[in-house]
Design a protein around this ligand. Structure first.
Ligand code: ADP
Length: 628
């Protein structure tokens, strides 16, 4: 039989396992049991839709046995089993994509990271075995296959006999060394402890033949060895237990195991509901977005159980899109076990559960925002964009749920602020909630308009993501305060006096301003003097509904060229700046110069606003003309 080699990545992981100095080698048993449990889930799941699978829920079990003579530990299940190809693909390569990427990112960390935080599945058995034999027969197939490996040298696969379906894994336990007493994994009591510790909540019975000395019947002091098949786990799922009796470690272990995350969740929500809907829910908010979270490959959903039995792996209807980052499960006795997917969608009970879950998630997030700010900010950095999309979607139908969950950085201390906090510290005379858009916080902070609003002592929200302004537009107002982009002509922060004086100035200079507008042409809809700018000579603002930032976002959308809504821009010139005086003088003496200067000023205004210059070559000529 020709030996096959492991794929490179697998080989590396394998070497790590074989030579492991990891102190918690015992976790290998948890990994094998979880795999067995998954295999039982899969077969059970199939039986729900495929009537040819003649299994009932009580038939499933995981069997463990030890044999000190031959130094073997065996884990056996009557689950879905593996075909030849599956043995090859699942055990010959690393199944859990991502585990190695993780390792590479943290090259300096030792193996503890990958083993402890990630779990490495099947291969971890090589920490305690020098040979592993797997025999497997898929449910419904007559042929069984054997996979065997002594680790580094490769593996073999060949046909074999197996009387029943399922998978049997035989570990040939390593000899003891001065550091490690591997023989402990051949002790029944040790196996009992490990199952209790790591796998108590597995929903299928984990059974083992145990031999105990018992008093011989009819005697007072004669003992005999009695062998019994005992169930080692309590089978009570974690979510059915009292939260007060569950440790952080248990929650974390459950989460990282089940949802393949290497990092503990940011928040665990374990709740029991009685009343209109009766269910237990165990939900987790991850500490970081999954790599595919913001792509269409990401599938949202909670696992759905009916009295402890899995009936759907990803029930989409339980989570709104804006909370799609939540992982977890719902277990309700109100749902029928063999309900079809189509029916489930219309199930009134399910809708009630979904509604209460949504409320629960929202409240937990709000609580975090109020009492554990640092954690909330971490959450928002990972998933805030999703919340903002949620606000914007469906024409703002979810405003009430989401408006208090959004936060933005602001001009005050550059820290995050919620809308509630913003409004609570607004100045008495302040009319609106001000915001400004830009690529980065630093760029926004340097906008001329931001400077002038901040000068008045008003706070400005910094909007750096594409969706931000659209979300605020949909929201329209918060506690009666309208949102106001500081880069629009509606910015109304001047006193009556200031307004009056600038109005007069604009009227007096109407001819000059119109001339400049004509000189620039194109997308410019007006030129005006302003007394709102502090130091800057010029800025660009917009009139109407579409802001400059919105135009940028819209222009990036597919098919944008045709009928794209464009911002109507207004060039504002600081009336206090020497440039204003210069323009007025030149208008009387040298109109050509005014024309050139108008073009230069407009180009500057566009650059400051983060737009491109419409005619860079012309700008270059104009600036050079000033130099010679
Ligand atoms: P993971 O369980 O994280 O996917 P493992 O290396 O532990 O990674 O297992 C690889 C794959 O092998 C599993 O995804 C599963 O498809 C298959 N497998 C492992 N153990 C069993 C088993 N007892 N029965 C059926 N399939 C199994």
């Amino acid at each position: 039989m020709r030996k096959k080699q492991f794929k490179t990545e697998s080989q590396k992981l394998l070497d790590m396992m074989i030579n492991s100095i990891y102190t918690h080698k015992e976790i290998f048993l948890r990994e094998l049991i979880s795999n067995a449990s998954d295999a039982l889930d899969k077969l059970h799941y199939r039986s729900l839709t495929d009537s040819s699978v003649g299994m009932s829920r009580d038939d499933y079990r995981i069997l463990i046995s030890v044999d000190k003579q031959s130094r073997t530990l065996t884990v056996e299940d009557n689950g879905c089993g593996m075909t030849r190809d599956e043995l090859e693909n699942n055990l010959g390569t690393i199944a859990k994509s991502g585990s190695f990427d993780f390792k590479r990112d943290n090259e300096k960390n030792d193996e503890v990271d990958i083993i402890g935080q990630f779990g490495v599945g099947f291969y971890s058995a090589f920490m305690v075995s020098d040979k592993i034999t797997v025999t497997s027969r898929p449910y419904g197939s007559d042929t069984a296959y054997l996979w065997e490996s002594e680790g580094a040298s490769g593996y073999i696969i060949e046909e074999c006999e197996k009387s029943d379906f399922g998978t049997k894994i035989v570990l040939h336990i390593k000899p003891d060394t001065s550091d490690d007493r591997y023989s402990e994994y051949l002790e029944e009591y040790r196996i009992r402890i490990l199952v209790k510790k790591y796998s108590d909540y597995i929903r299928y019975p984990i059974k083992m033949y145990t031999t105990e000395k018992k008093l011989k019947e009819g005697t007072k002091d004669e003992y005999e060895d009695v062998t019994e098949l005992v169930t080692l786990n309590s089978m009570l799922p974690l979510w059915k237990r009292k939260p007060s009796e569950i440790t952080e470690e248990e929650y974390k272990g459950f989460y990282t195991d089940k949802f393949y995350d290497y990092e503990a969740p940011l928040k665990t929500v374990h709740t029991k509901s009685e009343g209109t809907a009766t269910y237990d829910a165990l939900m987790f908010i991850p500490a970081h977005a999954p790599f595919n979270y913001y792509t269409k490959d990401y599938e949202k959903g909670l696992e759905l159980y009916s009295s402890g039995v899995l009936i759907m792996e990803k029930c989409k209807d339980l989570l709104p899109d804006y909370f799609s980052f939540v992982h977890g499960l719902v277990d309700s006795a109100d749902l029928s076990l063999n309900i079809s997917r189509e029916m489930l969608q219309h199930d009134r009970q399910l809708r009630v559960i979904a509604k209460t879950i949504e409320k629960k998630i929202k409240n937990e997030l709000l609580k975090m925002l109020e009492s554990d700010r640092e954690r909330y900010e971490k959450f928002f950095e990972a998933f805030g964009a999703q919340i903002k999309y949620g606000l914007y979607s469906d024409f703002g139908a979810h405003k009430d749920i989401l408006r208090d969950l959004i936060i933005f950085k602001s001009s005050f201390e550059k820290k995050y602020v919620s809308l509630k906090e913003y409004v609570s510290r607004m100045k008495d005379e302040q009319k609106a909630v001000y915001y400004a858009c830009g690529e980065t916080e630093d760029k926004i902070a340097m906008l001329p308009q931001v400077e002038s609003v901040a000068e008045k002592g008003y706070e400005v929200l910094y909007l750096t993501e594409d969706v931000d302004e659209f979300a605020l537009k949909i929201l329209d107002e918060y506690e009666g305060k309208k949102f106001q982009n500081v880069c629009t002509d509606k910015l109304d922060i001047a006193t009556d006096e200031e307004k009056e004086s600038i109005k007069r100035e604009n009227e007096d200079s109407k001819e000059l301003l119109d001339f400049m507008k004509e000189a620039v042409g194109g997308s410019l809809s007006a030129v005006r003097f302003t007394n709102a700018l502090k130091n800057h000579p010029v800025s660009l603002s917009s009139e109407g509904e579409i802001s400059v930032e919105m135009e940028k976002v819209l222009s990036k959308m597919p098919g944008a060229e045709a009928n794209m809504a464009k911002a109507q821009t207004v060039m504002e010139i600081n009336s206090e700046h020497p440039v204003a005086k210069k323009l007025k003088e030149l208008y009387a003496t040298d109109k050509d110069k005014v024309c050139e200067y108008a073009k230069i000023l407009y180009a500057q205004a566009r650059l400051i606003a983060g737009l491109t210059v419409e005619n860079p070559a012309e700008l270059s000529m104009l600036v050079c003309n000033l130099m010679i």
